[in-house]
Design a binder for this molecule. Structure first.
Ligand code: C2E
Ligand code: CA
Ligand code: CA
Ligand code: CA
Length: 278
């Protein structure tokens, strides 16, 4: 029965029905989580791999559930998309991140730090997203050029992001193409997207030192970025070998557990106080 089509056996599968009950519960809790102040933004530094300097932070959403504990974003972002809650959650993340960036910019020497914020596919379909985003940035008192919005290849294919991105680009906001290489990697699509950076998915970084294929893919991504004049950020750097290899291949920016895990804002502030500014 396991091989039957999706949804067919589920009704009779006790474990699955527990799972869907669980989802239902999680879904209603998610809608209230924002009001109950259960979300937090953690920040993972993005480094200049050659100098070790911090260039900016990626904002990563965390849900501190009173009973379940920390619920990882992969477990609730899809639900937030389904319910539409992502609109309010997403604008909260952006506002929180921009306010935090404004505070960091007041630390001596850190006024050029950047912030990267993830946008989901559903958010890209909100018609007011561009104007809302600019309003949030302005209200926080940061420069649009310090803000990087991360969109995935997948969501940029499902939705026409051109108008949205063009408006924000005109104001100076930057775009990164997240998880590059794992879905479509349609080069003519890439050419049309107004992105300024590619993020190499961590699955390629993971295989970098052992697998020729992954090394080849990373080389190809760097070559594409070079010819299109795009920056490249490698994700998921976990070993010194991966960092060295990325550097030798010409990748200049990276993030990963080797360098720092995503941390709460206070810890990120401490890192900045102790590090040498840009
Ligand atoms: P992502 O945008 O690809 O973010 C990178 C993920 O890789 C983060 O997982 C980060 O904690 C993790 N990571 C960083 N360095 C390493 C490493 O060295 N090794 C390993 N194994 N993992 C590493 P996280 O925080 O669990 O987020 C998962 C995904 O959830 C994100 O993937 C992003 O797609 C989504 N997400 C997170 N925050 C937001 C948000 O505010 N809005 C939206 N729409 N999506 C978000
Ligand atoms: Ca991202
Ligand atoms: Ca990513
Ligand atoms: Ca990823």
């Amino acid at each position: 029965a396991k091989n039957a089509g999706p949804g067919l056996v589920e009704v009779f599968d006790e474990a699955a029905s527990h799972r869907s009950l669980d989802r239902l519960e999680l879904r209603s809790e998610l809608v209230r989580a924002l009001d109950r102040d259960q979300f937090a933004v953690h920040y993972q530094p993005i480094f200049d791999l050659a100098t070790g300097r911090i260039l900016g932070f990626e904002a990563l959403l965390r849900w501190h559930h009173p009973v379940r504990g920390m619920v990882p974003p992969d477990a609730f972002i899809p639900l937030a998309e389904e319910t539409g809650a992502i609109a309010s959650i997403g604008s909260w993340v952006l506002a929180q991140s921009c306010r935090q960036l404004a505070a960091w910019h007041r630390l001596p020497g850190w006024d050029r730090l950047g912030i990267s914020v993830n946008l989901s596919a559903t958010q890209l379909r909100q018609p007011e997203l561009a104007s809302q985003t600019l309003a949030v940035i302005k209200h926080a008192g940061v420069q649009p050029t310090d803000v990087w919005l991360e969109i995935t290849e997948h969501s940029s294919i499902r939705t026409d992001v051109t108008e949205f991105a063009t408006t924000l680009r005109a104001a100076g906001v930057h775009f990164s193409l997240d998880d590059f290489g794992i879905s479509y990697s349609n080069l003519s699509h890439l050419k049309r997207l107004p992105v300024q950076a590619l993020k190499i998915d961590r699955s390629f970084v993971a295989g970098l030192t052992e697998k020729d294929a992954d090394r080849g893919i990373v080389r190809a991504i760097l070559a594409i970025a070079d010819s299109l004049g795009l920056q490249v950020v490698a994700e998921g750097i976990e070993t010194p070998e991966q960092r060295e290899l990325l550097l030798s291949l010409g990748c200049q920016q990276g993030q990963g557990y080797l360098l720092s895990r995503p941390v709460p804002p206070e810890v990120a502030t401490e890192m900045l106080r102790e590090a040498r500014p840009l």
